[in-house]
Unconditional design. Sequence first.
Length: 109
Amino acid sequence: MNRDTLRSVLVRDGSVSALAALAELEAGADYEINLNSTASATLLWTNWSARQESMREMGIVPSRPGLADAVERLHAAGTARVHMATITGPQKRFLLFLSEDLTECVASW
């Protein structure tokens, strides 16, 4: 997936987190997509919802928006297979969950 295609996927998503990730991408941030494997959105939801709950219990507020939305969207995706990707800028790092066919952003944080 090239930078322009990833940009299009994030623009179509339109969530707060996807737009923040897009801004980093457009500012020249590095990105990496794990094309060698996919994971079930359900499995990822299990992991990330547990992390979210632990953060709440410890009184930790995420430093960037989107975790609650990402957890909800992973849950809604059910058993769909997703690729994980990252966008890493000088100050921020975003985690993306892309559809198996790489045409949509299932969730981002």
